[in-house]
Design a protein around this ligand. Structure first.
Ligand code: DC
Length: 230
């Protein structure tokens, strides 16, 4: 399925820093970046805008099949347009994360997004970040990383990120949201958040983000993936 195109998956819970690490790694290697969380967020916004019941998997999946999404730039986290409307800022809001987490429990919705995610696997290589990149979407990935950290530390980081982006954030509220998302992401029947059997697990609770990036990069080098990229 994946041929010989080099790729690395980075999975983990909400707020663990995988987005930052994935972007850093993709830039360093000159590879494409798939921010699969952004896809689920766009799907959630599309379903809400269409006015369908978020509890109705088939209706949500139908919206996902119909939606016209444009990711501008080389990564899914740059400008994002839905049906011709720029929704970049809305995609990053916590509300979009909650919507995404609600619709991501449905196999119909996950299937509807599968081909679009796999289409990112192109030369010279791909860094894919999400919840099930190593376990479901790219099961043959030559290198799978799983980042973890305590919920408290992730809430602290997420708060800092939101405030830096000029959005209001209250630590207790962010922690409650993170716990709710963890429960939903880990507890769902289809593609639950968990480390793939062959993933390298890194606990980042005590690690600053640049140390996390360097650690991932050394795994990339050890795996031989940089032979074509450096
Ligand atoms: O990574 P994120 O916070 O942008 O993801 C938003 C939600 O989307 C997350 O709570 C669960 C869902 N998601 C998923 O189910 N599978 C993925 N590969 C990525 C995200």
């Amino acid at each position: 399925m994946s041929g010989a195109i080099p790729h690395c998956t980075i999975d983990g819970p909400s707020g663990v820093g995988k987005g930052t690490a994935a972007k850093w790694l993709a830039t360093r290697l000159g590879w494409h970046l798939l921010d699969s969380g952004a896809m689920y967020r766009v799907a959630g916004i599309a379903a809400e805008q269409a006015g369908v019941a978020l509890e109705d998997p088939e209706a949500v999946a139908a919206v996902v099949h119909e939606m016209q999404v444009r990711f501008d730039g080389d990564s899914a986290s740059d400008r994002i347009a839905l049906n011709g409307q720029d929704i970049t800022a809305a995609v990053r809001e916590e509300g979009a994360g909650m919507l995404a987490s609600r619709i991501a429990v449905f196999p119909e919705v996950r299937d509807a997004l599968l081909d679009a995610q796999r289409a990112f696997l192109q030369r010279p290589g791909l860094v894919a970040d999400g919840r099930d990149m190593g376990s479901v979407v790219f099961p043959d990935a030559p290198l799978k990383i799983f980042l973890d950290a305590s919920a408290e530390e992730r809430a602290r980081r997420r708060c800092q990120q939101l405030r830096q982006a000029g959005m209001p954030a209250i630590l207790a509220d962010v922690l409650t949201d993170i716990r709710a998302r963890d429960a939903r992401d880990r507890g769902r029947k289809v593609a639950p958040l968990k480390a793939a059997k062959d993933a390298v697990v890194i606990d980042t609770t005590e690690l600053p983000i640049d140390a996390v990036c360097e650690r991932i990069f050394s795994h990339v080098q050890d795996s031989g993936l940089t032979a074509v990229a450096s």
